[in-house]
Write a protein that binds this ligand. Structure first.
Ligand code: PGA
Ligand code: ZN
Length: 415
């Protein structure tokens, strides 16, 4: 056993320049690792709590309550535990919190501590992180999907993500496809007089007047690269339905007027008919269960209905939601649920149900490639790590290329 000897913390900045807590673990044998807490731009109601002094933002002092939580609660709970026993460490974090959503110690504190222990544990065990976390040998690599474009702030597609889903299971080929379409989309945007700037997630920040115009331009850019929709790639949308729910309907800013659930469902079905669209993330708010079920039934497998805010990476919510027929896929983000073990449990739960699992970034990220290892360890179908720009995103995709070197074609990825 390699014992945890020290648990420290500091205030740092995430990729959006927002103060974040970073936890640093030291263990026997000179082992040392640090991870910072990622942060969502839209955070669902079922997510782990962010412990901070929000009034102090953007000053680093906003992190003070999280630092106090590490010093007073987390450090005493973790010192002396085996750094390689991730389940025991994460159980200790939950025990010291004692409630739901990590309201006491902070979900940001829990996830940074949990991820730092995992990194330190992998180093202590002398194994790559994905092998350290995998309960059985990983059977496949995730396929990268890209935020090829994101709705610009101030546009009517704000909070909408436009995703490119390569059909190849070969990571290098998929990444090259992402790079080519990114360049082709830039060429089309500039030819139409748009400025090209990066979104927070490394896609092109776009203001093209709506979802349809954006999907059309992405398909055209892919065609410029000789890629055919439905054959070489598919499209996905993250609609962030919870942000735009105005019960009993929805008021997405890209709509001409607020729509009822039935009208919106018909709009989604129409898009699936007209575009190579196979992935609809958060089309509705979590409470709108009938809407989720109805869309899923009427799609009949032509496109996956995928829950992000719906499940908040919690195995129990995935169990209940899949049993209720709400979705065909789940996003897994460790900071939504608070610990690495719970994220792995959510991935295992998704696998048991045979749904599509997607390990995902947050808008606020670090340069760490932690989620790439998590995706491999948990056998995720997809890695959603943004666009091929900004090293906080590219680092995660590059790590997939490194890990791919360790996979033989026989146990390699499947699509
Ligand atoms: P978030 O968005 O930062 O709001 O989590 C990321 C996503 O859902 O892809
Ligand atoms: Zn999402």
């Amino acid at each position: 056993m390699r014992a945890i000897r020290e648990v420290g913390a500091r205030a740092v900045f995430d990729s959006n320049g927002i103060p974040a807590i970073e936890v640093e673990i030291r263990a026997d044998g000179g082992v040392r690792a640090a991870e910072l807490a990622p942060r969502g731009s839209t955070t669902g109601e079922f997510e782990a709590y962010v412990l901070e002094d929000a009034a102090a933002l953007p000053a680093l002092a906003a992190v003070a309550p999280a630092l106090a939580s590490v010093a007073d609660l987390v450090r005493p709970a973790l010192i002396g535990l085996d750094v390689c026993d991730q389940r025991a460490v994460d159980a200790a974090l939950r025990a010291v919190d004692g409630g739901a959503y990590f309201r006491r110690i902070g979900g940001n504190v829990a996830v940074a501590a949990s991820m730092a222990v995992a990194q330190a544990g992998a180093t202590a065990a002398g194994r790559p992180l994905y092998r350290h976390l995998a309960e059985t040998a990983p059977a496949r690599l995730p396929v990268p999907m890209f935020n090829i474009a994101d709705g610009a702030v101030g546009s009517n597609t704000v909070y909408t993500e436009f995703l490119l889903l390569p059909t190849t299971a070969e990571p290098a080929v998929a990444l090259e496809q992402g790079a080519r379409v990114r360049a082709a989309l830039a060429a089309r945007l500039t030819a139409k007089g748009h400025r090209c700037s990066d979104s927070t997630q490394g896609g092109w920040s776009v203001d093209l007047g709506g979802c349809e115009a954006t999907m059309e331009m992405i398909v055209a850019a892919a065609e410029d690269c000789g890629l055919a929709g439905g054959h070489d790639f598919h499209l996905g949308l993250d609609l962030s339905g919870a942000e735009f729910a105005r019960p009993p309907g929805y008021a997405f800013p890209w709509l001409e007027r607020p729509l009822s659930v039935e009208e919106l469902t018909r709009r989604y079905l129409d898009w699936v008919d007209r575009y190579p669209l196979t992935f609809l993330e958060d089309p509705f708010e979590p409470a709108d269960e009938g809407a989720w079920r109805g869309l899923r039934e009427r799609l009949a497998g032509r496109a996956a209905v995928v829950g992000d805010d719906l499940f908040a990476s919690a195995a129990e919510r995935i169990d209940n939601g899949v049993a209720a027929g709400l979705a065909d896929g789940a996003l897994i983000k460790p900071n939504q649920v608070g610990t690495v073990t719970q994220a792995l449990d959510a991935l295992a739960c998704g696998a048991r149900h045979g749904i599509t699992t997607v390990v995902s970034q947050r808008s606020g990220e670090s340069a760490s490639a932690f989620i790439t290892h998590l995706a491999v360890a948990g056998g995720a179908a997809w890695l959603k790590a943004g666009g091929l720009s900004r090293m906080d995103r590219v680092a995660k995709f590059n790590e997939l290329l490194r890990i791919a070197e360790e996979f033989t074609p026989a146990d390699g990825p499947r699509g």
